[in-house]
Design a protein around this ligand. Structure first.
Ligand SMILES: CC(C)(COP(=O)(O)OP(=O)(O)OC[C@H]1O[C@@H](n2cnc3c(N)ncnc32)[C@H](O)[C@@H]1OP(=O)(O)O)[C@@H](O)C(=O)NCCC(=O)NCCS
Length: 223
């Protein structure tokens, strides 16, 4: 089923008053009326608060996991950053299967700011941050445990990183990932995630990491 992206009446990026918000009609093959009302209520609640536009999929996720999209428990990890990083990256071998690279991340996060998302009494996602220029905060490594994928945690970590960068007077978030000339399907999904959360591809560097691992630099401008 093809569903339209949600939008507001004015197309404005400013937070519109509730009465100006509409949910497009999904048509006869769309969502049943009761579900439509539920989605609309969830969307209104969150859009009014944040001004953010939601896709149907992400609003539906809120209905399945009520209130989660904006209530992820994200905080800076003060202690044992290397241990947390190791636990998450080792659980993601499809992305972090090169032992030397994993050890480098574990070493690097000891000196970086690390934001973690806590759920079910443990940290299930993390992002490590370091400034690479006065204007740019780099997301050195990000990972969410697999059972928690697709629940908005990655997006919330990026938003928290963006907030932090803005608070420090920075205007860009950056990230480096495996480039599109490499056929790996897992990293294709990762690039789709980065695009979804507002990163734009800048350039693929064929020999920054190694010939076998082309590096794509992506940038997210912070409004
Ligand atoms: C990449 C990762 C951090 C994303 O975290 P997540 O919590 O699963 O992502 P979210 O649920 O917040 O998704 C945010 C958006 O990205 C999109 N997205 C997420 N995973 C996607 C996928 N596999 N394919 C296409 N789009 C995807 C979602 O559709 C969502 O968009 P929407 O809100 O408009 O619907 C997580 O999947 C992960 O840990 N991957 C393995 C490690 C990794 O790739 N690290 C980066 C190495 S450079």
């Amino acid at each position: 089923m093809k569903v339209p992206r949600l939008c507001n009446l004015t197309g404005s990026t400013e937070i519109p008053p509730a009465q100006n918000l509409i949910l497009p009609d999904f048509g006869p093959h769309g969502i049943p009326a009761a579900r439509h009302r539920l989605l609309r209520a969830a969307w209104l609640r969150n859009s009014c608060r944040t001004g953010e536009m939601f896709t149907v999929a992400s609003v539906e996720r809120q209905c399945r996991f009520p209130g989660m999209t904006h209530r992820h428990d994200i905080a800076e990890i003060e202690k044992d950053r290397d241990r947390v990083c190791r636990a998450i990256l080792e659980a993601l071998p499809d992305w972090f299967g090169i032992p030397e690279a994993l050890e480098n991340y574990v070493r690097d996060v000891k000196t970086m700011a690390v934001l973690g998302c806590r759920r079910d009494g443990r940290i299930v996602g993390m992002v490590a941050l370091h400034p690479t220029s006065e204007a740019t905060l780099d997301m050195h490594v990000i990972g969410v445990l697999r059972p928690y994928h697709g629940q908005g945690i990655g997006r919330a970590l990026v938003e928290a990183a963006a907030e932090r960068a803005r608070a420090d007077g920075m205007s860009l978030l950056s990230v480096k990932t495996l480039g599109p000339s490499h056929p790996d399907p897992h990293y294709a999904a990762t690039r789709a995630f980065y695009l979804s959360v507002g990163f734009l591809p800048v350039e693929e560097f064929k020999d920054l990491w190694s010939e076998e691992n082309p590096c794509l630099l992506m940038i997210k401008p912070l409004g």
